[in-house]
Design a protein around this ligand. Sequence first.
Ligand code: NAD
Length: 260
Amino acid sequence: MKKLEGKVIVITGAAMGLGLSTAVECAKEGAKLVLVDYNDQALGEAKSQLSAEFPDAGIMIITADVSDESQVKAYVDQTFSAFGRIDGFYNNAGIEGKQAKLADYDMESFKKVVDINLMGVYYGMRYVIPIMQSQKSGRIVNATSVGGIRGVLNEGPYVASKHAVSGLTKTAALEYAQDGILVNAIAPGAILTPMVEEAFKQMNPQDPKQAEEAFSQQNPSKRLGLPVEVAKLVVFLMSDDCAYVNGQIIAIDGGQSNAY
Ligand code: NAD
């Protein structure tokens, strides 16, 4: 028996990185997938890739910007019209933003990070939760970060938004456990995705590989994480194997968040 057989799973930020990798692992486990992203072209490519590999996954794609409440409502409504339920929601879309110290951060960029990383996650929960309440079941996995547990130099708005997502996760878990909904968050360290490659370019524009190597050496495991390693954790949190984990911020970082 596959772990997510027949479950309807919505993934935001699904066109690349952790969202796409998780879509692949969910499809392997028999899920029906709704993939949401604002990058229309990459989303189409993701659908072609997945449909070729998993013709039974019934993949639906929806172009939407998670920072726009009306677009979030629309992707949830469209999913419900098509499938009549939502079993799992990976509230994953997010951006890192520019790297700068707090007092140097420009307000527009600051607000953009908060609008996507915090408000996008909140809007998603706001519209998905009533559907899960009516089913008396559901799993929500929010994307926080090691930056949602600790401070990170030059990433003030990112860290603030991810701490806020950790807070929303804990509160939602308390409020909806009696409705059969489990709400957890994953807190990855540095996982090799397009977002992290971009971060290394910002750290060392002349030699991003050097920044990557320095980052790896600081990690107790002496390497970066792989998207598939995160995807398998999300699959577990979406599956019936996970029945009593609720309101947790689960670090997946090779042990790095324990170091000082
Ligand atoms: P990524 O940049 O590789 O992919 C993110 C995807 O989200 C892209 O397809 C992008 O188009 C989409 N997206 C961004 N803003 C959007 C919006 N407003 N509406 C709809 N789609 C949007 O990033 P990733 O590394 O896969 O990260 C995914 C999530 O995991 C993010 O929330 C990120 O903060 C978090 N995270 C990642 C890492 C890491 O090391 N990669 C570490 C900690 C947390």
